[in-house]
Ligand binder design. Structure first.
Ligand code: ADP
Ligand code: MG
Length: 352
């Protein structure tokens, strides 16, 4: 059965796309200039709805440049499109190494670093499992166990060979598949940040399907406020707020892509040891930090590792905080997170 949330988010994609389109058309008729009013653009890219809002500084050309960059990243790293660099690596699995752009090489290298430090709980070679389960694409059901076993056997980051001198990537075994879905949006947000810095934008919000980067300082100097989604209710229903200066806030949760079979929820973050979706009682993990590629990789990593091992791993990352939410409506904060997070929903309780 397909979840109603996925359906409604598809509806909203188009809805917002239309609004974004109207806004950009209106803006495009004016000559580029520094704008006094806020400009914003929304489009469907990187498999999700992305919005960039210029709160102060920048112009429509800045927005166009940022969206062109997002499109380039998608064209290089998507696994849902033919001809991307990652698709070519996957096609050549077990055969030969593929030379890729430094963009793609960097993101794959970063993903492999996370595979190392999480002992494979985060693994960009998870592709065969992602493809088999096909979660969020419609018509899902729990696959036969023999298929789960054979897909799982292909997942092993140690069989991804990187050659930094040529930017070549080889998957050692036929049938292996890279999937950068857990990290590419974070990289994309960091790349948009660079464009905003070059364009001397003073304040902006980058929202790549819930992967948020609040950039710069607002004119009135008030802190940014980013909502943390209630994992058990509709999109936009926040159970708490993160407040602070420039930061990225990235969440991995069970509520975006899932299906329900026999009353059990199957979501899109895979346990590479079992071949099933991670089943550790967590509903979401949010990471607050400065680098979005790290926050994105960490949100998936900590979700897969669970609270105890996740908290341990986070110690390696200074000025980076985590908010774990579990199915018992308990919220676990990493040390320091209490300074930036305020709980609003009384139905949840903080565990220290
Ligand atoms: P979202 O993309 O919904 O924001 P995540 O960043 O947590 O959420 O990424 C989830 C995606 O990462 C999945 O859709 C899949 O493409 C990929 N993935 C699933 N399980 C793993 C895993 N154990 N390690 C690395 N990537 C994974
Ligand atoms: Mg992630």
């Amino acid at each position: 059965m397909k979840s109603s949330k996925i359906k409604s988010s598809k509806f909203f994609s188009w809805h917002f796309f239309v609004i974004g389109f109207v806004l950009t058309c209106a803006i495009a008729t004016r000559p580029p200039r520094l704008c006094a009013k806020e400009l914003s653009k929304t489009d469907f890219v990187l498999g999700t709805l992305c919005t960039i809002r210029l709160v102060e500084g920048g112009n429509s050309a800045t927005l166009d440049e940022a969206f062109a960059r997002l499109r380039t990243i998608e064209d290089r790293m998507s696994v849902n499109k033919e001809g991307t660099e990652v698709s070519k690596i996957n096609e050549m699995a077990g055969k030969e190494a593929v030379q890729v752009s430094s963009d793609t090489f960097y993101v794959i290298s970063k993903a492999i670093e996370y595979a190392k430090i999480t002992n494979g709980a985060f693994d960009p070679s998870v592709g065969p499992l992602v493809k088999l389960w096909n979660i969020g694409e419609g018509g899902e059901k729990v696959p036969p166990s023999k298929d789960i076993l054979s897909a799982k056997a292909l997942v092993d980051w140690r069989n991804v060979v990187l050659d930094a001198s040529t930017n070549k990537v080889l998957l050692k075994k036929q049938g292996m598949r890279l999937d950068l879905g857990a990290i590419a949006k974070g990289y994309a947000a960091d790349e948009v940040e660079k464009i905003l810095t070059r364009a001397k934008v003073k304040a902006a919000v980058i929202d790549l399907g819930g992967n948020v980067f609040v950039y710069g300082t607002k004119k009135d100097k008030t802190p940014w406020r980013v909502g943390i989604q209630n994992p058990e209710s509709e999109r936009g229903d926040y159970l708490g707020i993160v407040e602070g200066p420039q930061m990225t806030v990235v969440t991995s949760g069970v509520y975006e892509r899932y299906f329900i079979e026999n009353g059990k929820r199957y979501h899109h973050i895979m346990d590479t040891k079992t071949g099933f979706p991670v089943d550790n009682g967590l509903l979401s993990v949010s990471i607050i930090g400065q680098s979005s590629i790290d926050a994105d990789a960490l949100s998936t990593s900590l979700f897969a590792l669970g609270i105890e091992k996740g908290m341990e791993l986070l110690k390696q990352f200074p000025y980076t905080y985590a908010i774990f939410i579990d199915k018992y409506k308990k919220i676990y904060l990493s040390p320091g997170a209490e300074k930036v997070f305020t709980l609003l929903d009384k139905g949840y309780s903080l565990v220290r």
